[in-house]
Design a protein. Structure first.
Length: 151
């Protein structure tokens, strides 16, 4: 009987330890996958330059990762763009992207945005800020964006 209690106590501690380790791994895994499809994103900076409303439109340059379709679509300040994306935890691949072909002289920011998307290797989300990286270099920063409605 004493032997049974001795092993029962050890097994109980082992089970508790195993549960704690499993829970720790599960929680760590959840923190490594940023949610991208739950909001629209407005460009804040690209290549270190602040991005705002373009000279050619009244609409804020923005984009969305579409849920359940592995697609990205948005507006770069002059042209609309769309393409594909894939995500495994914080590793993200974007592209190829296609764009409309409006001529907007002097709007270099849009080409910087498209290049940053194509160079992205990973993302990091801190609440309502999403950063795009190539290695350790920040390519672009975006903020959660509420799409205006006609209400």
């Amino acid at each position: 009987m004493d032997e049974h209690r001795k092993w029962g106590g050890k097994m109980n501690r082992f089970k508790k330890l195993l549960c704690a380790v499993t829970l720790a791994f599960a929680l760590h895994g959840c923190g490594g996958t940023p949610m991208l499809t739950d909001t629209a994103w407005a460009f804040f900076s690209v290549g270190g330059q602040v991005v705002g409303k373009g000279d050619f439109s009244t609409m804020q340059p923005m984009f969305r990762f579409l849920p359940d379709s592995s697609r990205i679509m948005g507006y770069g300040g002059c042209n609309q763009f769309s393409g594909t994306f894939s995500q495994v935890k914080n590793v993200v691949k974007i592209g190829p992207l296609i764009t409309t072909k409006r001529a907007c002289p002097g709007w270099d920011t849009e080409s910087l945005i498209l290049t940053a998307f194509e160079r992205t290797t990973r993302v990091k989300r801190d609440d309502d800020v999403l950063r795009f990286f190539s290695g350790d270099s920040v390519l672009m920063e975006c903020k959660a964006y509420r799409i205006p409605t006609k209400d």
